[in-house]
Structure formats: structure tokens, C-alpha cells
Design a binder for this molecule. Structure first.
Ligand code: PGA
Length: 236
């Protein structure tokens, strides 16, 4: 696992963008994409770039259970607004939060992942160490499933909703095992709210209490953070 610390999230996002450009130039055709506040600057750079994504496939990590793809707070709409409207891909996949047939939806998504191996996966990290919506305690070999969001995740995400009651309490998420199948992984973390999660990740301790620590079992992970997220790291 390689760590890069940059003064600001803007510079860090630019570096992540250059890595994506490099991967695409090297033949990457399938991107694993994340939502939330962290990748917004990265998506702005992708939107403003001259890169043509129309031959590419994207696969998103997760979607709120119970939200229709047209729901303004769904990750479908987030992806349209942040990237796909400006930069169409050949095909895009996001779990269907509206599908209440859980076994069917999770099997459908795993089939998609098996048919489209991810070349480069972009990840954020939760304050509690979650990746995707895989909360602490999730098995490292987990596949796509319907997960129960922890209170800390609901608290962190309520800023997007009118009230805490409106935040869905469950989500479909790629599993940790699904994520680890990506050929290359870039994890981004910005701001002091992520400092403890980055400290725990870089401590090297591997435990299901910290889902992101599963990334130590992967051969090609780059962690890109700003100084605020790096503030609890040892100074050496
Ligand atoms: P954020 O979420 O980018 O909105 O901070 C990241 C995550 O919870 O994985």
C-alpha cells in the first residue's frame, strides 16, 4: 500500500485524476466508481477533461435500498449529475435500490462484476473505516449484499437529506471481497473527519473491525489524502 499526502484535496484529486488518465491510456476499460463528497472534485476534473469515456464501463459501489433510480438523493442521480450527463460511458452499472428481491439483485450485481472485471476502483472511506457501505464486522470475502447502515454512517450522510429520518437505513453494496478483485485501487480521504480512519488504516493492523484494513491484502492500492486527513499519522 502506497500513501501520498498532498497539501489540499484539490491537489490530491488532481493526482488521482492523473492516475485515472494513465490507467485509461494503459488500456483500462472498466472503472469502479464511488459516491459521496470525497470524489466530487475528481469527477469535476473528469467532466472538464478531454477524455472520451464512451468506450468504457463503470460499476458503482453501492446504492440506497428503497430509493428509485430517479430519486434525487439516489446514487443514480448523483452519478448522472456529477459525471455521466457530461461524460457518457458505454455502459454504467449501479445497484437497483428499488429492487426488493434481494437475492435476485445481489446475484445480478455479482454477475455484472464477474463479467466486467474492474481495472481501477475508486474508493472513499467512512469515518468508521467502511469501504462501499461495508460497515465494521463485514467479512473480508463478502460479496454484494443488502447491508444495514450504522448510526455513524447515517449521521454522516444525513447532510444530504432533509432530516435523519429520511436517510435510508439499508443499502446494496459491493462486498469487500468484490472490491478486492479490482486490479488497482485508489482510496481517497480528505478532511479532519477522516484522520482517525486514515491513522487506523496506515497502522497496518488488519481486522474486520476496520473494513478498509482489508486493502492490506491487495497488491496494488494507492491511498491519496490531504494534510487534514493525514494529521494523526506518525510524523516520520
Ligand atoms: P464521503 O463518504 O465521501 O461523503 O465522506 C465516504 C464514505 O462514506 O465512504
Amino acid at each position: 500500500m502506497q500513501l501520498f499526502i498532498y497539501p489540499t484535496s484539490e491537489i490530491a484529486s488532481q493526482q488521482a485524476f492523473e492516475r485515472i488518465r494513465h490507467a485509461i491510456n494503459d488500456g483500462a476499460t472498466t472503472l469502479g466508481l464511488a459516491t459521496g463528497g470525497t470524489p466530487e472534485q475528481l469527477y469535476t476534473l473528469m467532466r472538464q477533461s478531454d477524455i472520451d469515456f464512451s468506450h468504457m464501463t463503470s460499476i458503482n459501489l453501492d446504492e440506497y435500498y428503497g430509493l428509485a433510480p430517479t430519486h434525487p438523493k439516489s446514487y443514480h442521480v448523483y452519478m448522472q449529475q456529477n459525471l455521466f450527463d457530461a461524460k457518457p460511458f458505454k455502459q454504467t452499472f449501479i445497484p437497483n435500490g428499488e429492487n426488493k428481491a434481494v437475492a435476485e439483485e445481489t446475484a445480478r450485481y455479482e454477475k455484472i462484476l464477474n463479467e466486467h472485471p474492474i481495472d481501477l476502483q475508486i474508493l472513499g472511506i467512512g469515518g468508521n473505516g467502511h469501504i462501499g457501505f461495508n460497515e465494521p464486522g463485514t467479512a473480508f470475502d463478502s460479496t454484494t449484499s443488502l447491508v444495514q447502515l450504522t448510526d455513524s454512517t447515517i449521521q454522516a450522510n444525513k447532510r444530504y437529506f432533509q432530516s435523519e429520518e429520511d436517510v435510508p437505513k439499508q443499502a446494496y453494496s459491493m462486498g469487500i471481497g468484490s472490491i478486492l478483485k479490482a486490479k488497482e485501487i485508489i482510496l481517497l480521504a480528505f478532511g479532519e473527519k477522516k484522520a482517525e480512519a486514515i491513522r487506523a488504516l496506515m497502522s497496518g493492523e488488519v481486522t474486520t473491525d476496520n473494513p478498509a484494513s482489508a486493502l492490506h491484502n491487495h497488491q496494488n492500492v494507492t491511498v491519496i489524502v490531504d494534510e487534514a486527513a493525514a494529521q494523526l499519522l506518525p510524523k516520520s
